[in-house]
Ligand binder design. Structure first.
Ligand code: MLT
Length: 264
C-alpha cells in the first residue's frame, strides 16, 4: 500500500488489530524485512512495516537524515490516524526510533530497539561509510550485498538457512543506489543518542542476537542500562537480523512485551 505524506509516497504493509506497532527496517533493507512479524503478531497488534525514504516503494531524492525519517513516521501516523504507536526499529531503524523519541515523543507508546546502538559513528566508521558509498555508486547494490551479506547474518543462519541468505542478498541487491548512498550519509551525520536514553519513560524492549557481528551485544546492554525499566532479550543463534533469523523467538519476546504494555 502507499501513503502520501511530506510530499512523498511511502510504501507500507499493514495487518492485524490491537496496539499499533510500526516496524522500521535497517540498512540497506526494505519493509519486507518484517514479514515474519506482520505474519506472526497480527492477533495481538495492528502491525505496520514501512519503507524509509529511498528504499522499497518510497522514492524520494536525497539528502536524508534520521530526523527526516522520523518526521516521515509521524506524517505516516497522521495519515493513518494513529495517535500513538510502538516504534520497533532494527539497527538503522533503531537510530530512527531514537530520533522519533526526540522529535515526537508524545506519539510514542513504547520502543523496541533491535540490534542497534545509541552512539554516533566514530571517525573510522565514517570512513567505512564513505568507501561503501563509492562501491554503491561505482558497482551498484549487488556489490553492496556481496560486501555485507556475511556480517549481516549470524553464523548459524549462514550455515543452516541458505533461503534466508538468498532472501537478504536479494533484498540488499534491489536497494536503489540513491537510497543506499543517502542512508549512509544520514547515518554518518546522526547524533549520539546516549544522552537521550535517560529521558525515555515509555515501556522499552532491547533485543539482539548473540551472533550479531555488526553491533555487538555490549551496545544492547548500554541501551538497556540507560533506559529505566527496560528489559534486554538476547536471541541465541541469531545475528544482526534477529527478527528474520529466529522469527518465532523474536515474536515471542515481542508478544510478551506487547502483552505487558497493554496492561499498563
Ligand atoms: C543496519 O543494519 O541498519 C546497519 O548495519 C547500521 C549501521 O551501519 O550502523
Amino acid at each position: 500500500m502507499i501513503a502520501l505524506l511530506n510530499n512523498i509516497e511511502m510504501g507500507y504493509d499493514e495487518g492485524g488489530a490491537g496496539v499499533p506497532v510500526i516496524f522500521v527496517h535497517g540498512f540497506p533493507h526494505d519493509r519486507t524485512l518484517w514479514t515474519p512479524q506482520l505474519q506472526g503478531l497480527t492477533v495481538q497488534a495492528r502491525c505496520f512495516a514501512v519503507d524509509l525514504r529511498g528504499f522499497g516503494e518510497t522514492t524520494a531524492a536525497a539528502p536524508y537524515s534520521v530526523d527526516q525519517y522520523a518526521d516521515d513516521l509521524a506524517g505516516f501516523m497522521d495519515v493513518l490516524h494513529i495517535e500513538r504507536a510502538v516504534i520497533a526499529g532494527l539497527s538503522m531503524g533503531g537510530y530512527v526510533a531514537f530520533a522519533m523519541w526526540r522529535r515526537h515523543a508524545h506519539r510514542v507508546r513504547g520502543l523496541v530497539f533491535s540490534n542497534t546502538k545509541a552512539g554516533a559513528d566514530t571517525d573510522e566508521a565514517r570512513e567505512k561509510r564513505k568507501s561503501l558509498m563509492t562501491v554503491a555508486r561505482e558497482q551498484g547494490s549487488g556489490a553492496i550485498a556481496d560486501a555485507m551479506i556475511t556480517g549481516m547474518l549470524g553464523k548459524t543462519t549462514r550455515a543452516k538457512r541458505p533461503d534466508i541468505v538468498n532472501t537478504v542478498h536479494r533484498m540488499i541487491s534491489s536497494a536503489p543506489v540513491d537510497g543506499v548512498v543517502g542512508a549512509l550519509q544520514a547515518m554518518m551525520e546522526r547524533p549520539d543518542s546516549n544522552s537521550t536514553l535517560g529521558s525515555i519513560d515509555v515501556p522499552s524492549l532491547v533485543v539482539t542476537g548473540d551472533e550479531d557481528a555488526i553491533i555487538p551485544i555490549e551496545e544492547a546492554r548500554v541501551i538497556q542500562a540507560g533506559i529505566r525499566g527496560s528489559s534486554l532479550e538476547v536471541i541465541t543463534g541469531a545475528g544482526h537480523l534477529s527478527n528474520l533469523e529466529r522469527p518465532a523467538a523474536f515474536n515471542h519476546v515481542l508478544s510478551e512485551f506487547l502483552a505487558r504494555l497493554s496492561l499498563e
